[in-house]
Unconditional design. Sequence first.
Length: 191
Amino acid sequence: MKYAFITALLALTLSSCKQDYTPKRKGYPRVDFPEKAYTQYSGDCPFTFDYPVYATVVRDSGVNAEPCWLNMNFTDFNATLHLTYKPVKDEDGLAELEKQSTKYAYEHSIKAQDITPQMIDDTAKNMYITTFNLSGETATSFRFFATDNKQHFLDGAFYFNTRTNIDSIAPVQQFIIQDLERMLETLQWKK
């Protein structure tokens, strides 16, 4: 009886090894991107811009939020662009806002492999934009500020709403950054 049990167990073990086992590599889930299409934000704030139809623009609901602080939510990608608008009172105020925005970008230098600033001057639209592309395991990968150098200042910071692995989110990040670049291209101050 004892040998019959051991023989049956051995036969069962050997018969279960007939299929070849190939270990699977670790992978990332497939992301189906929506088709690029845009609509215009033209709320009661002193600016307009195009944003993707698969995003929503809502007022910031934080306790200290001011009237034209907005969040552009990319719900399907668990990401948000935080927009902070400040009226400019004078040249010193503008310099302070630019300094503060630049400081926020460079606070990520501890983890950033590279921070690349780029300046865009469109004098015909009174639009002066500085973008910061951050690479590496940073909390944000894209920041910017835009101003007319007189009365308007808009600061933006893009974040995923969860801790991320830069390799796994790279395609999503690139997809959304194209939308943010479109937003900046179409950004206009209201008269």
